[in-house]
Ligand binder design. Sequence first.
Ligand SMILES: *Cc1c(COP(=O)(O)O)cnc(C)c1O
Length: 431
Amino acid sequence: MIFAKSKAAFDEAKKYIPGGVNSPVRAFKSVGTHPLFIERAEGSRIYDIDGNEYIDFVGSWGPMFLGHGKACVLDAVRKAADNGLSFGAPCLKETELAKRICDIVPCVDVVRMVNSGTEATMSAIRLARGFTGRDLIVKFEGCYHGHSDSLLIKAGSGAATFSTVSSAGVPEDFARHTLVLPYNDLDALSDAFENYGDMIAGVIIEPVAGNMGVVPPKDGYLQKIRELTSEYGSVFIVDEVMTGFRLSLSGALGLFNIDADIVTFGKIIGGGMPVGAYGGRREIMEFVSPQGPVYQAGTLSGNPIAMAAGNAQIEYLQNHTEIYDEVNKKGEYLEADFLKSAAKYDIPIRVNRVGSMLSVFFTDTDVTDFKTASRCDTERFKTYFNLMLERGVYLAPSQFEALFISDAHTDEDLEKTARAFEETIKILKDC
Ligand SMILES: *Cc1c(COP(=O)(O)O)cnc(C)c1O
């Protein structure tokens, strides 16, 4: 496979864009190569500027749940574009998408549109703080909620519960307002509430973690957070930016049958356009401006093109709920085949999967939190990634990301992927 044009394009991009990319993981740094520049995508396939074709399991990091270039989504976008790209005034499509979300997700009474997942979670925690009059936020190690200052916080070293910033440029003061707990640790959760419960404005979690690789919640874990937040009057924020409309029509909340106080969305609700949203109980959402004192605004929020794409994609899902069983079956197939190949060549892996989100971890211990995820052999992942790419399978370029299955993946795509996996594992055996 030849990547000459992508390589040259990256060199050129680096002259004008920091690191040559507009979002860091795209740089392929952790797999030791350079990014592919994509020319176009269709269905389950993407094509780079060197003319290579790949089966795409990134799906723009989640939004393309129906595959690329879904006709109903493209038609809606074209039609909307003819009427103008942005008005900065209300349009009917905003209410339509808001109504769809409220109809589908039981605990969402009202919802505010924003432009990204980052904006959604940033606004949600501001709202939790404004609503409760408290400052402290609880988050979990390995969960990613976008790049706002308050959420770029990681666990401190040692036994101390308090935390430290995970990016330069975030004042250490922010870390004082965020408690970072290990994912799936019930004792740590109970201790945190026992010690600080009356100070906790909100708890934010990925209901199925996807940003340390896929890590499902243990049985009863989300329910326990629900109980404790209710008991202490804290706001339970479930970040469904990745899982929303993917794990079921009503997301992880529907899958696990729990309610949140605030839910954040992004990715799938935009159909590939830049969108985020946060919604929840009316009593809480009434704190958002202009009704309430928590300020939040956006020049391009509720953009008509983005709303058109989102409505079309969500409407399609509402009318084709069988998709959820189908993508789950595709996931089962890949999981089983990957495990079979790994066993055949005696390469230790763990596969974590919930529905259409899956991660292959190169490790011989179960991955249940950030600590166990961090034990993976990232050098082996690097080799694996590049071998899969050469075989026409485009995966997320990091051990700590999910593989996304879409409605557009065909049986042939899955068989080809399974074959590429077996060949790759066989080569890994000899590395
Ligand atoms: C992608 C993601 C975000 C951030 O969304 P952006 O649109 O990239 O800002 C937040 N939370 C979760 C769980 C995500 O997967």
